[in-house]
Design a protein around this ligand. Structure first.
Ligand code: PMP
Length: 334
């Protein structure tokens, strides 16, 4: 990870190396945090080709919903977090990056009742290339169905993007990569397909796109919503329903979607070639349409782009900037 100049921390922009927390941070011990993964892209928008954050407010709203589900009052409004994100990207002088906001229980009290621990909020960003690799993006990844069951609604909240929940994804990812695959696919307690460790999943058969629905312990992906809309706008049928394990093996095409991974073809699952073993036609069409959308080449999806308009502040090379109060901060104490 290549450090950037600044990280937004509880309302202030602090130098990257100073954005630290105490070892007794509640979230570190018990996973009491909620977070987002967001991407900012360089765009073809006129006249200055500004960078733009993809579906910024949708991510922030999901973050606030995740926080609410874990009883964490967030001391900032969605618009304050949105402005902080835009200013952070601008001040770091980045044209395309990954953005990681996190809301977590800080230090001050220990024990499983987190309600007396402070709620801290930070936003970091850095340049991050393709998550599952350039080769995977072009030719497809190899995936393995995990022996780990996806977390279910009787023990956790699959719809929340909460730190502790990711131990489930971490175990599945380690298992898959140790076995020589790029990604794991998790099933629920009924054997229905849920998703990858950090991506939603789609199976295509005879021109129809099927994807697990809201009751299948998925995270309601923002890329998923975008993909479904793009696919429908292009005239494809998209069905949200239970997907059986064997349907993946028998599909003409399988692909994954997520903010970090973007749209990635799956070429093999459990050593079965998917379709021809090459990325399929519909996957290719959707990949290209999604790429156009994130780079501002499609007017119809222009509303998904939150343009970074503030000018990047100049910092002399090698000199870390001072901690500066956020220009966007207001009523941060509430
Ligand atoms: N499922 C899980 C478990 C994830 O972590 C992610 C990544 N946030 C997704 C699906 C895809 O969600 P999104 O498209 O909003 O990034």
């Amino acid at each position: 990870m290549e450090p950037t100049d600044l990280i937004w921390m509880n309302g202030d922009f602090v130098p990257w190396e100073d954005a630290k927390v105490h070892v007794l941070t509640h979230g570190l011990h018990y996973g009491t945090g909620v977070f987002e993964g967001v991407r900012c892209y360089d765009t073809d928008l006129n006249p200055t080709h500004p960078p733009a954050v993809f579906r910024n407010l949708d991510h922030i709203e999901r973050l606030l919903r995740s926080a609410e589900l874990y009883y964490m009052p967030v001391p900032y409004t969605a618009q304050e977090l949105r402005a902080a994100t835009l200013e952070l990207v601008a001040r770091n002088g980045l044209s395309s990056c990954y953005i990681r906001p996190i809301v977590f229980r800080g230090s001050g009290s220990m024990g499983l009742n987190p309600l007396d621990s402070p709620v801290d909020v930070t936003i970091a960003c850095w340049e991050w290339g393709t998550y599952l690799g350039e080769e995977g993006m072009r030719n497809g990844v190899r995936a393995k169905v995990s022996s780990w069951e996806r977390i279910g609604p009787r023990s956790l909240i699959p719809h929340a993007k909460a730190s502790g929940q990711y131990l489930n994804s971490v175990l599945a990812k380690i298992e898959a990569t140790k076995a020589g695959y790029e990604e794991a696919i998790l099933l629920d307690e009924h054997g229905h397909v849920c998703e990858g460790t950090g991506e939603n999943i789609y199976v295509v058969r005879e021109g129809e796109i099927a994807t697990p629905g809201q009751h299948n312990s998925i995270l309601d992906g923002i890329t998923r919503r975008s993909v479904i809309q793009i696919a429908q706008d292009l005239g494809y049928t998209v069905v949200e329903r239970n997907v059986a394990r064997a349907e993946m093996y028998l599909a003409d095409e399988v692909f994954l979607s997520g903010t970090a991974a973007e749209l990635v073809p799956v070429r093999e699952i459990d050593d079965h070639a998917i379709g021809t073993g090459r990325p399929g036609e519909i996957t290719r069409v959707l990949q290209a349409a999604f790429d156009d959308a994130i780079h501002g080449r499609t007017e119809r999806y222009r509303e998904w782009l939150d343009v970074v308009s503030a000018p990047a502040l100049e910092t002399p090379a090698g000199e870390a900037p001072e901690a500066v109060p956020a220009q966007s901060r207001s009523a941060a104490s509430g």
